[in-house]
Design a protein around this ligand. Structure first.
Ligand code: ADP
Ligand code: MG
Length: 702
């Protein structure tokens, strides 16, 4: 709200007072006028018309019907006792049911009288029904009155509030008072040219009509306007931050591509880069020559080759005299990166070091020195490497892998590792839908790798039920006979950890029985094991000493063993989509045809079935991410908790994608033309941003 009036404490509203203000604050977090104004109705009740019984549909909101009572009887005993009435109009029959207040209803309802019935319709055995309808005897007066009524707003309330007469109706009255008093204080906060371009209604009108709409058309206009406004200002803020950051923070300039990069490119890189990889390298190259700090998100599907792009960017940094680091979310993954990168760069080329929670004090001390004097050029680790005591000589480039597990604040910590902040490349584990990326990472530049290295055969995925288990075992044997290795993954979810462990143990017993020594050897890795034991088991599998790896989801992120070509996921219905996709991405990394078998119970929830079907249908991570977002909503996607997505009150990034894209494009164009928001037509935006408490906090962004 850009007017002071809206900051007024709620107790000052006529009809509120101190005690009501206290419950409003406690129950609904309504502290100020603004909070009440933005306590939007959760539904609207249609009193604008009478429905004919034959037109009633199961999914309708509250409707009213004009009907004559033909029959009343009391059925059932004790807790099944109910009053059932029948009512008719000239098109059909509707059944009315009361479970409570039976006596009173029986007394008031008169047979063959006409009533205005009002309630939420349902269907039972194909017949229209209404439970506990409101009713009022028909009279010309009543009709005339309802004829003037509009869509009635219904507000969330609580038992406590009801004690203060603040049920839905009570709240409605307060909102009405507020609007009557303050409507003229709701000033427009979008420039006229935007309002015209997007055919929006004015702001005051939008607030009035979202609470008290005359009809559905104007209600929809009001909602659209407020959604646009919300998305627009979210983007305005994100892009403003990005702009300010580029103005405020200088970036190291990587002027040359030198020995390290060239030698790697010419003699060590074991494959040709894909066009996508080249394109992203070019983008990073451009970013790091502009003298502005880079903040780039690298999105690519599982197995698309993000690591090598990160490494080659780091080599450019090293060519320019800087140190680099990669931060991974788990120790296993840090280890894996360490191995991969050491292997890629070879011995005696560059000093690469590993720093995790398991690094011994002695080794750590040596490492700290080597970081401070600049000997170590590539440091790989978990968040141990952003601890305050880790000091670098000259950290110039930071890669954050599988970013969504890191908080924004952790990202920001890296900033203080150098006088000029390092360039930052964030890599996601799995793709994120475009609209989500735009909001979650709206202040970053985004690069996308949208192709897999040539020659990869798409993974074949099947869904088996429990009764196909023998077939699955047969398939495993067949693949192991060809020299392949197999993962078998069990879910491990915190709240039922004991049960899961039991599942795992039983699974291992069956497995050991089905795959006896000496032909088969099994590695086991689960969360309850010590890191050293895990590593030992992993290594046996990596070296090919074992053919089967039974594991809980610790292998989920990043593990790369090309000879493993079969992924079996037990209780697959219990995994989320992006997790399933991640897991499947552990295979399909070598030249061989790979397979993924999703094992599940016969009984599946609707969503569970969609998840498994989606996995069978597609290998495309972006498509899977989109389905995942639609199924779970943004609140359950990792990373959203720290972003503004969840503060959205009217808009929804899943269902309002088009509007979000429009808002984003619009904001981009504004900053392109007027970065300072100095043009007269953009004054109103400048003011609105200021009013929204735009005191930028530099540790909140990165
Ligand atoms: P992700 O994007 O999932 O992190 P990785 O970086 O782990 O993928 O790469 C997956 C595998 O593909 C690795 O074994 C890597 O060496 C290989 N790879 C990467 N780029 C190419 C390429 N251009 N051609 C062939 N193989 C590649
Ligand atoms: Mg990776």
């Amino acid at each position: 709200m850009n007017s002071q009036v809206f900051q007024t404490p709620i107790e000052y509203l006529k009809g509120v007072g101190l005690s009501r203000a206290a419950v409003l604050k406690k129950e609904l977090q309504i502290f100020k006028f603004e909070d009440l104004l933005r306590h939007f109705p959760y539904k609207y009740i249609d009193r604008t018309r009478f429905y004919k019984i034959k037109d009633i549909q199961p999914d309708m909101p509250y409707v009213q019907v004009l009907a004559r009572i033909t029959h009343v009887e009391i059925l059932g005993e004790k807790h099944t006792r109910r009053l059932v009435a029948q009512a008719i109009d000239d098109t059909g029959v509707i059944e009315l049911v009361w479970f409570q207040g039976i006596k009173w209803v029986e007394k008031t309802l008169s047979i063959s009288k006409v009533y205005i019935l009002f309630g939420k319709p349902g269907f039972f055995n194909g017949k229209a029904q209404m439970a506990h309808p409101e009713m009022e005897p028909y009279s010309a007066v009543a009709i005339q009155r309802t004829g003037n009524l509009t869509l009635q707003p219904a507000y969330n309330s609580t038992e406590k509030l009801k004690q203060f007469s603040l049920d839905s109706k009570g709240l409605q009255k307060l909102v009405a008072v507020l609007l009557e008093q303050q409507l003229k204080e709701i000033h427009e906060n979008l420039p006229l040219y935007i309002i015209n371009r997007f055919k929006l209604i004015g702001r005051a009108g939008a607030y009035r009509n979202i609470h008290f709409p005359q009809d559905t058309a104007i209600l929809n206009e009001a909602i659209r306007r407020l959604k646009f406004e919300e998305l627009f200002f979210l983007q305005l803020k994100l892009l403003k931050n990005k702009l300010l950051r580029t103005q405020k923070f200088k970036g190291n300039i990587f002027g040359t591509v030198g020995r390290y990069f060239n030698e790697f490119y010419e003699h060590k890189l074991p494959f040709a880069l894909t066009n996508s990889q080249k394109k992203v390298l070019k983008e990073i190259r451009q970013d790091t020559q502009r003298g502005v700090q880079m903040n780039r998100l690298l999105q690519g599907d599982v197995g698309s080759g993000k690591t090598v792009v990160a490494l080659m960017s780091m080599l450019i940094a090293i060519d320019n005299g800087f140190q680099t680091c990669i931060m991974a979310p788990t120790e296993i993954l840090a280890n894996q990166h360490y191995q991969t990168i050491k292997e890629l760069v070879g011995d005696d080329f560059i000093e690469v070091a590993l720093l995790t929670g398991s690094t011994k004090a002695k080794a750590r001390k040596v490492l700290h020195e080597k970081l401070e004097n600049g000997d170590v050029k590539i440091l790989i680790g978990t968040h141990a490497l952003i601890e305050d005591k880790v000091q670098y000589k000259n950290l110039g480039f930071v890669v954050i892998d599988e970013q969504h597990r890191f908080g924004v604040e952790q990202r920001a910590k890296l900033w203080h590792k150098n006088s000029i902040p390092p360039h930052i490349l964030v890599m996601t584990a799995t793709p994120i839908p475009r609209t989500l990326a735009m909001t979650l990472y709206g202040d970053l530049d985004i690069s996308v790798i949208d192709e897999l290295p040539a020659g990869r055969k798409p993974i074949q995925t099947v869904h088996f039920y429990e009764n196909q288990r023998l077939r699955m075992f047969g398939f495993m044997k067949q693949e192991i006979a060809k020299g392949r290795q197999v993962y078998v993954v069990y879910p491990l979810i915190q709240e039922s950890e004991k049960l899961d462990l039991k599942n795992l143990e039983q699974g291992i017993d069956v497995m050991a029985h089905e795959f006896p020594l000496p032909d088969y050897r099994i590695s086991i890795v689960h969360g309850k094991m010590k890191p050293a034991d895990k590593q030992f088991e992993m290594n046996r599998f990596i070296k090919g000493e074992t053919q089967i790896m039974v594991a809980t989801t610790v292998i989920e992120v990043g593990v790369n063993i090309p000879n493993a070509s079969v992924m079996i996921i037990e209780n697959a219905e219990r995994f989320g989509l992006s997790q399933l996709h991640q897991l499947r991405g552990r295979v399909g990394r070598g030249a061989e045809q790979s397979f993924c078998i999703l094992m599940s119970h016969h009984k599946l929830s609707h969503e569970g079935r969609i998840r498994l079907n989606t996995m069978v249908k597609t290998n495309n991570g972006f498509e899977i991410a989109e389905t995942d977002l639609q199924l779970r909503g943004p609140g359950n996607i990792d990373g959203t908790q720290q972003s503004g997505v969840l503060d959205l009150k009217v808009a929804n990034i899943v269902t309002d994608q088009e509007l979000l894209l429009a808002a984003r494009t619009c904001v981009e164009a504004i900053f392109e033309k007027d970065p300072q928001l100095a043009l007269p037509e953009n004054q109103v935006l400048h003011q609105s941003l200021k009013a929204k408490g735009d005191g930028l906090s530099w540790d909140k962004i990165s």
